[in-house]
Ligand binder design. Sequence first.
Ligand code: C2E
Ligand code: MG
Ligand code: MG
Ligand code: MG
Length: 285
Amino acid sequence: TCEFGYEKAWQYYETKMEETRYWKRQLGYHITTGLTKNEFYLEYQPIVEAASGRPLLMEALIRWEHPTLGRVSPGRFIPLAEELGSIVALGRWVLMESCSMAASWKEAGHQNLIVSVNVSVKQLLEGKAFVQTVKEVLEETGLPPSLLELEITETVLMSKEGDIKKTLEQLEKLGVRLAIDDFGTGYSSLTHLNTFPVHTLKIDKSFIQNLPHQENNKAIVSSLVTLAGQLDLRSIAEGVETAEEAAVLKEKQCQGLQGYYFSRPLPAFEVPAYLQRMNPGTTFP
Ligand code: C2E
Ligand code: MG
Ligand code: MG
Ligand code: MG
């Protein structure tokens, strides 16, 4: 077991490169046991319709609170879980948890609210087994497939391993939606993009920063929104932090907006009150 604090542990992990294998194994072990000890939980960050301000989707974001390591950010443990293979079990848990939550929101009257779930390339490479997992989760939770959106990064589309395209097509057959996360950072070609069953483009937050003052970013965002429209995809901007950024995105006709300006990721228990506040008129039991 680990007797260091979180920061110290990570310093150690990052500086003693010769011992990374040991640390990786340690953390890998912590991830696996953390799953059985309920150390993981999800927060949900709204994506609102630009025109109305109403929530269209809630993105599930994983959190980890380890008893001695403390809070470890997904940016740190997800890549490791991917490398070690524990992402498959972790990802299955995320799907089950988020879909059952979304089913309860629907039950409470939010008929069209979609949950979006980040999916790693390692999960998609499971192929049929992953499709089966998604199918089982939908059956068990009773969530309609159309209310589940899977977020994959642009680089996944370029993966030469396995048959990602076939897997995505099978997922589309189930009726779930597909979003490209961090769009604009992965250099995928447009003709390539068009051959995948994608519904949504999430424009990477690096293009949103300082929007009113950054002519380059303004031009990029403008063309990405136009591209989405021409491919008949929904456009979403992530990382919107200011009213000025939101105003530019609205002017450019970006359809969905997400970021601290609208809401931070919310703990699950705060979501019902948030939804009720944003959608007056829906009934809660
Ligand atoms: P992502 O899917 O691109 O998620 C967006 C990240 O930006 C989240 O960080 C979110 O908390 C943060 N964010 C939201 N609004 C703002 C804003 O206005 N400004 C800035 N600067 N940041 C904002 P988080 O939660 O730390 O997640 C980081 C990444 O970890 C995610 O990036 C995603 O790639 C991955 N991740 C999170 N949860 C899961 C999961 O359940 N499964 C998998 N495979 N990956 C996950
Ligand atoms: Mg995401
Ligand atoms: Mg993103
Ligand atoms: Mg991102």
